[in-house]
Write a new protein. Sequence first.
Length: 456
Amino acid sequence: MAQRIVVENCSIATVDADDTEYASGHLVVAGDRIESLGAGPAPEGLRDVVRRIDASGHLLTPGLVNTHHHFYQWLTRGLATDHNLFDWLVALYPTWARIDEPMAYAAAQGSLAVMARGGVTTAMDHHYVFPRGSGDLSGAIVRAARETGVRFTLARGSMDRGEKDGGLPPDFAVETLDGALAATEETVREHHDASFGALTQVAVAPCSPFSVTTELLTQGAELARRLGVRLHTHGSETVEEEKFCHQLFGMGPTDYFESTGWLGEDVWMAHCVHMNDSDIAAFARTGTGVAHCPSSNARLAAGIARVPDMLAAGVPVGLGVDGTASNESGELHTELRNALLVNRLGPHREAALTTRQALRLGTHGGARVLGRAHEIGSLEPGKLADLVLWKLDTVAHASIADPVAALVLGAPAPVTASFVNGRQIVEDGHLLHVDEDAVARATREEARRLARIAAG
């Protein structure tokens, strides 16, 4: 018989299809699954209960799902702070191209630590910089995620269009077409787990239209579908990208992606800021997902994505931190607030997003984008026990009667407990399985080593 954990006396936002909420309710975990939940205290007579949590003053939600990130950028935070995307990339690519395995591992630890402490239970990393002789970068990133205890998708990225071919990355920072495809397939075979409840999955993820060739996009899509994994890339992030696609390919980004096999229910793209009505219709028609990254879009002056229009059309949309060289906080729970506020600056104004839509973006929306909505993203019997208890009875939130409004619009709420597969990974805002002080020291040392190498 599975051991049970009982959480009770808390507000609950299930984020199920009906947005069911309980002002005071309970949830029972059995093993790695949610067994039951509902209003009031837990049923009497439950057997094999190993822990009871009195969660008075808390809101219980599904764990947050991050749909776009670049962990390695943890080592280059605070640089190029007044650049647009293309200038920012040109400024930082030469430094990024010097990373090695110890740097990638430390950066992944730092990125994961901050996300997990802030309620993320499912993380992803789009890693696309593989300098020659840098070691097993993918293995290091997967190891860091396993140690932290989060559910994880590694989007194995690649670049094969260097400066000499009209791309932005320096030539020494890109792979060959055949090398990138072979290494991606090897990563999928080594690390991808297709089973229900998997802790590690892999996606095929050529970086962007301006850093990969058409051949890599086309053959990457074919590879992903042959292996049965998802596809991820950057799309329609800036006006400069749109001009680049028209100049190089004679069409806009969405039409270009469609011509290379990159629209479909197994695809999600980061940013999608500059989308016209036909672009949104194409995403809706094909089920292509979007990772909305409001803080990074603002940091790089990319613009305001049309999230309300995407949602109205039926496009799957989740939230992303993006790399911490363009979102130095590295936290996803702040993106709930920023998604709502930034989109209310757009044409829909106060009707753009509600607090509950923002929470849905960060939970069920993200799960849908990653192809895992049948497993995670809402609190329902039979789903995996990925859940977060947010403390809302301190001075920062106690006067806000609506707990979802408190979480989304208030100051970042402390995480009292976070569970993945029913296993606790955070307690009272601190990681249970990783030494945070050691991670801080390692990230500082590796950031300094990278800066010295890049300067030399």
